[in-house]
Design a protein around this ligand. Structure first.
Ligand SMILES: [Zn+2]
Length: 71
């Protein structure tokens, strides 16, 4: 197992954040794994809020109340 540097982890967080922002603003973003367009579920969707791939191979869960996700 390779230990990742802080920079790499931060970069990944940044990427996730940008990706989430794009999907939330209505942009069609393909899943990094399979290329299917990602789906966004909001706070009142009845599902856990987040970005999901229709093929269930990728997800970013959004925790409201977490400062990082408030913007
Ligand atoms: Zn996928």
């Amino acid at each position: 197992m390779t230990k990742r540097s802080k920079e790499e982890i931060l970069e990944e967080i940044e990427e996730m954040y940008l990706l989430r922002k794009k999907v939330m603003s209505g942009e069609k973003i393909p899943c990094p794994k399979c290329g299917e367009y990602l789906i966004f579920y909001g706070k009142n969707s009845g599902k856990h809020p987040g970005i999901f791939c229709p093929n269930n191979d990728f997800e970013i869960l959004i925790e409201y109340g977490n400062k990082f996700f408030e913007k």
